[in-house]
Design a protein around this ligand. Structure first.
Ligand code: GRF
Length: 206
């Protein structure tokens, strides 16, 4: 199954793991060319780890208590990924801001998914931010990760409408379906070098 791609990748998770599950499912059905080589977490109890184990994907818990501060955590992550020949990272509900050492080490090969149409509503509770702002559409964004919070070059976005009476929960449910569709597709493009970061912008073949 892994013949086509030369890049190895890790998925970083902290919680529920529905995006990781979508990535694993896409790899199982062949729409994504490779399953993750490693799942990294800062939360040993993350539900996401169950999905990884079910599919026989290696997991690694980096204990934030043993690696205090973002720099120490990041250095440990870099060391572990390099050891395994992994050069690509997909953040999927990873709740820490990655240190710039990681961003620099994996420049152009680290992506994130965010549940809003960036640059609107970065950071936490993006769906609630959209509801509170009274906008009539939101969505999700896959972007390259830079040293800021949800500020890197946008790769792809999917839009949903915000209807009367919409709540943060109902909006999240609408958005997550699109997340599960677009994130595996972007990872596939990244693994096949069809998506690249060039002069600070995302370049997509085709
Ligand atoms: C998703 O909404 C993602 O956009 C955001 O965190 C959430 C993670 O959900 N970054 P899950 O753990 O993949 O279910």
């Amino acid at each position: 199954m892994n013949k086509e791609s030369v890049h190895k990748y890790a998925v970083f998770v902290s919680g529920r793991g529905s995006n990781l599950k979508a990535i694993l499912d896409a790899a199982a059905t062949g729409s994504l060319c490779r399953k993750p080589d490693l799942v990294v977490t800062d939360n040993g109890q993350a539900k996401a780890l169950d999905y990884a184990r079910e599919q026989g994907v290696d997991t690694l818990f980096i204990d934030p208590k043993a690696h205090k501060g973002r720099k120490a955590f990041g250095q440990k992550a870099i060391e572990e990924l390099k050891k395994r020949g992994i050069d690509t990272i997909a953040l999927a509900g990873f709740m820490r801001i990655v240190h710039e050492d990681v961003v620099n080490e994996f420049s152009g090969r680290i992506v994130n998914i965010h549940p809003a149409l960036l640059p609107s509503f970065p950071g936490l509770d993006a769906q609630k931010q959209a509801i509170d702002a009274g906008v009539n559409e939101s969505g999700c964004t896959v972007h390259f990760v830079d040293a800021g919070v949800d500020t890197g070059a946008v790769i792809i976005q999917a839009k949903v409408t915000i209807d009367d009476g919409e709540t943060a929960e109902s909006l999240s449910a609408k958005i997550i379906k699109h997340e599960h569709r677009i994130y595996p597709a972007v990872i596939n493009g990244l693994l096949k070098d069809r998506i690249r970061l060039v002069n600070g912008r995302a370049e997509i073949d085709g």
